[in-house]
Design a protein around this ligand. Structure first.
Ligand code: PEP
Length: 256
């Protein structure tokens, strides 16, 4: 199955810096048929970067979108406005859930808006440290997946990716253990199976995100059920990002 390496640049790099960084990536980023490489710059940089990149080498994702297509929503950018510009959009990243108070309804509507506008949503789910401490991981993951995918049809599920991002591992010093990741991915696939059946659950790409880098990323990519990585800090270090794309290509070959 295809591996996905997605870089979330967050609120880093202005337009000029984005262009320089993309030029640097382009020098060494391989084009591999078994890896989909996606960068998610800020909204401002999407258009110029889109004109600069080789779309076979990397695809573009937005970090967020609004779920209404148009209207009086000052400061928002809709999936309809991103249509044709980005192939992916992150939905429900923990920064959005916990800093900007997005709730399950917002996230569900954003998944639908992305699909309606031919953009693949990357639905981010994950438990907080407190939820994990309370033994609520399974419950939280099932709820977030069920709510995010409510009203998605079986045909549309083909376009959806899910990223398991434990909130406590994001921006920290270490990722979740491979056992924790495998357990969470299993919970997520089981929930998808309840909603869409066994075959769909096996097919939906499930990524991991949270303090992964070149050192630990290869093991994570090789762990059971993991189809790729959603990277924060490592996506802004060219050799790390390129190294992980290469690693994904190698592991993809072995797990074909
Ligand atoms: C993230 O914010 O989605 C993320 C994975 O960040 P980091 O890799 O820096 O932990």
């Amino acid at each position: 199955m295809k591996k996905y390496i997605i870089g979330n640049w967050k609120m880093n790099l202005n337009v000029h810096e984005s262009s320089l960084f993309v030029a640097k990536l382009a020098q060494s980023l391989p084009i591999k048929r078994n890896v989909e490489t996606v960068i998610c710059p800020s909204f401002l940089s999407l258009q110029p970067v889109s004109l600069q990149i080789n779309h076979r080498q990397m695809k573009l994702g937005a970090q967020n979108c609004y779920w209404r297509d148009e209207g009086a929503f000052t400061g928002e950018v809709s999936a309809a406005q991103l249509r044709g510009l980005t192939q992916y959009v992150l939905v429900g990243h923990s920064d959005r859930r916990y800093i900007f108070s997005e709730d399950d309804r917002d996230i569900r509507f954003k998944v639908q808006a992305a699909l309606r506008n031919c953009i693949r949503p990357v639905l981010c789910v994950g438990e907080t440290e407190m939820e994990r401490g309370d033994g609520d991981t399974e419950h939280v993951l099932c709820d977030q997946v069920a709510s995010g995918l409510m009203n998605v049809s079986s045909e549309q599920l083909d376009q959806v990716l899910i990223a398991y991002e434990p909130v406590w591992a994001i921006g920290s010093t270490a990722p979740a253990t491979n056992d924790d990741i495998a357990a969470a991915v299993k919970i997520i696939r089981t929930q998808v199976e309840h909603m869409f059946g066994k075959a769909a659950a096996a097919e939906v790409p499930v990524l991991y995100g949270g303090s992964s880098n070149l050192e630990n990323g290869k093991d994570i990519l090789a762990s059971t059920g993991v189809d790729g990585l959603l990277l924060g800090r490592s996506s802004l270090i060219a050799p790390e990002f390129v190294g992980l794309v290469n690693a994904a290509a190698e592991i993809g070959k072995e797990t074909k």
